[in-house]
Design a protein around this ligand. Sequence first.
Ligand SMILES: C[S@@+](CC[C@H](N)C(=O)[O-])C[C@H]1O[C@@H](n2cnc3c(N)ncnc32)[C@H](O)[C@@H]1O
Length: 307
Amino acid sequence: MQITTNIYYGDSKDQLKLLSDNSIDLIVTSPPYADQRKNTYGGIHPDKYVNWFLPISEQLLRVLKPTGTFILNIKEKVVNGERSIYVMELIIEMRKQGWLWTEEFIWHKKNCYPGKWPNRFRDAWERLLQFNKEKKFKMYQEEVMVPMGNWANSRLKNLSATDKTRAASKAGSGFGKNISNWTNRNKAYPTNVLHLATECNNKNHSAAFPEGLPEWFIKLFTKESDTVLDPFMGSGTTLVVANRMKRNSIGIDVVSEYCEAARKQLNLAELSFFEKKVEYEKSEPEGPIAIGLPRGLQINFQRQIEI
Ligand SMILES: C[S@@+](CC[C@H](N)C(=O)[O-])C[C@H]1O[C@@H](n2cnc3c(N)ncnc32)[C@H](O)[C@@H]1O
């Protein structure tokens, strides 16, 4: 099996044009939030955010396979005491662009910032919006099943007569359940809430994903040898995890230091996880010149490995 890892340095709006149509199985990314982190890697005004993002999401729609999934980690901030609505506007505009908004997961940040505000509490969650091109997409639910824990030992050991038949909901919802279906099982399907601590130890980036976040979606939506894309790669967490899970990956970032840090980190991942290094190269690809960007600014790191 051959696994390829690619890093493109530059603006995603341009770099994505180098990728082929319908070539990506999963996009997992966290773009810069409106006006946040101005001092590290720039911010976009909330009023301009949708117009800034749409040319990028248009490219993402082109490169994603019809069976693929796009997970967008984003959260609107508070401006003058009110939540911005640019994320909602973005969802509406992306639907017009051709995306289906299929699900919203919540990332519950187990270690959110401490603090006190007069009119709100600590912000402990972020959105993980799921978009697809088609209603039928690849999803491997068994890969993310969770242990049932004590429930399996306590509740399922003492089944009543009602538990053994399909009982209608007492609340009159029209739904029903047969508890005995769960005997002899020790795993259940998870909810759409992910409980993960934020990453505090990544010295290369101020907003790095915890590895568990891309890992969960890579398990849920891809198989080995599939291709994962992070168009706002930062320190390269998505690529490192994809690499470890034997998925091809592509990362793009507009800050050269982040590209370099990700490249270094991937070298380490390679040494620790793969048996044989076939090729490593640092090159200036022909592609960026074709779309009119100055040669000196482009770096493409590529590696192919046999595993
Ligand atoms: C929230 S961070 C991503 C962090 C990443 N998930 C990680 O684990 O390190 C967003 C990244 O997007 C990059 N970025 C901002 N604008 C960009 C653009 N137009 N094209 C590509 N990357 C961009 C920033 O440099 C920053 O590293």
